[in-house]
Design a protein around this ligand. Structure first.
Ligand code: FAD
Ligand code: UDP
Length: 403
């Protein structure tokens, strides 16, 4: 891999490449690697930031603590193919993510589980409610809050009401500016009620952990191929445009393949309207202490303007005496041109419909493939993006064989 700090200095010539990839996050890097490795394609990755790894990027801060610049990233998956693929490029720690919710000053496990039930309702009543939940739903199962709310059993309604008010309502209002029942139910279902004792945030994940040397190192290894060039500080829109059913690069039609992982509306100057996103202001603080909080993340579902505090040493396992770095996440609406990051697509019907209009446009372009959390306007975790990129590579390899 060669990494260039800009396009100009590197005298970029699209004719030297079989594929141009926009974005050096999971979506772009995974396709790039497979096509370089399995089809001998020469690949140029254009990345507008000054680093690789997309939102998974991590680096040491001034205090020497490994931090995640774009929010806490915990690897978790049930997808063997994804796990096998990524495990070629890193070893994993055995970190198991645990989250506590600060509910009116009392810390309880999130997702809400057996222990949370007893903390919320007292030992005796909590146990009775738990037994009833087990009898109805079974043990070690996840029940989405909205499903529990829909039952007409008064005991379950009481549990659902408690969880709704104390875990979901204010947190969701901060995160999305809306109530839990006003957003896509799939979002709150990411954090179900867990009927069991497992207090991990991702109880069903077959594989979870942290890349042993961090995410940026994982990406360095993933992109370490002689046929891959990465051009940093390069906004692809300065050189790449769609004209009807053709892609133009540096003013000339590009016949190779283009994989685009940025926001789809931005490619067209948002001429059909802007796709809305939520953003976050991440406030980092370094403290002269060993440890700030007992787990990787503490959520604040009943108080504060931020949603959660992450302490990186608790997740990465980094050992460093007398210093730690924490980060608070303050949600906000994403405003274009204000130096914000579009972190979360807002999955409402009118937004999805607008997305489909942009998607229909690029569907006319046979050599152009939108992929990833931004370009597909999806709420994708890392493993799902990786899976989507592996599938695209399958498709491209198949086409390449026939060509
Ligand atoms: P990105 O990582 O966003 O990469 C896209 C890249 O394209 C970016 O680097 C961007 O700079 C670049 N780009 C965009 N437009 C252009 C352009 N015009 N020109 C050039 N480059 C461009 N997932 C998990 O599995 N576990 C977690 O714990 C987890 N935590 C998260 C926490 C937060 C706060 C957020 C927001 C996400 C989290 N995720 C987590 C999701 C994870 O970040 C994504 O699934 C993954 O990073 C998406 O990869 P991607 O390649 O699709 O997009
Ligand atoms: N959520 C909540 N309270 C919590 C945790 C999550 O209300 O303590 C809701 C909230 O709407 C959030 C969603 O569940 O946006 C998904 O949470 P998750 O932790 O998966 O969000 P992410 O890590 O992707 O930001």
């Amino acid at each position: 891999m060669s990494i260039f700090q800009s396009l100009e200095k590197a005298s970029f010539d699209p004719a030297n490449y079989d594929m141009i990839v926009v974005g050096a996050g999971y979506a772009g890097a995974v396709v790039a690697r497979r096509m370089a490795e399995e089809a001998d394609w020469r690949v140029a990755i254009l990345e507008s930031r000054n680093h690789i790894a997309g939102n998974a990027f991590d680096k040491e801060d001034d205090a020497g603590i490994l931090i995640h610049l774009y929010g806490p990233h915990i690897y978790h998956t049930t997808n063997k193919r994804v796990n096998d693929f990524l495990s070629r490029f890193t070893q994993w720690t055995n970190y198991q993510h645990r989250v506590l919710g600060d509910v009116n000053g009392e810390l309880m496990p999130v997702p809400f589980n057996h222990a949370s039930l007893k903390l919320a309702f007292g030992e005796e009543r909590g146990e009775a409610l738990y037994n009833k939940l087990v009898d109805t739903f079974g043990e070690n199962v996840k029940v989405p809050l909205m499903d529990l709310r829909a039952t007409d059993d008064p005991d379950f309604e009481e549990v659902a009401d408690y969880v709704y008010k104390n875990i979901f309502l204010y947190y969701t209002q901060k995160q999305w500016g809306k109530k839990p029942d006003e957003i896509d139910p799939a979002i709150t279902a990411r954090v179900p009620i867990f009927i069991g004792n497992d207090d991990r945030y991702f109880p069903g994940a077959t594989w979870q952990g942290m890349p042993a040397q961090g995410y940026t190192k994982l990406f360095e290894s993933l992109l370490d191929h002689e046929l891959i060039d990465v051009f940093l500080n390069t906004d692809a829109r300065d050189v790449l445009a769609i004209q009807d059913d053709k892609v133009e690069v540096s003013g000339k039609p590009f016949a190779g393949t283009v994989v685009y992982t940025g926001p789809l509306d931005e490619l067209f100057n948002c001429d059909l309207g802007e796709l809305p996103y939520r953003s976050l202001d991440m406030q980092f603080e370094t403290l002269p202490i060993n440890q700030f909080q007992p787990v990787g993340t503490v959520n604040y579902p009943t108080s504060e303007d931020f949603t959660r505090i992450t302490e990186f040493k608790n997740m990465t396992g980094q050992v460093k005496e007398g210093v730690t770095t924490i980060m608070r996440e303050y949600p906000m609406a994403y405003v274009r041109g204000e130096n914000m990051t579009p972190y979360y697509a807002i999955l409402e019907p009118q937004n999805k419909a607008l997305y489909e209009k942009y998607a229909a446009r690029v569907a006319q372009v046979p050599n152009f493939y939108p992929r990833g959390r931004l370009a597909e306007y999806r709420y994708y975790d890392m493993d799902a993006v990786c899976d989507s990129a592996l599938q695209l590579a399958d498709e491209l390899l198949e086409k390449n064989k026939k060509a």
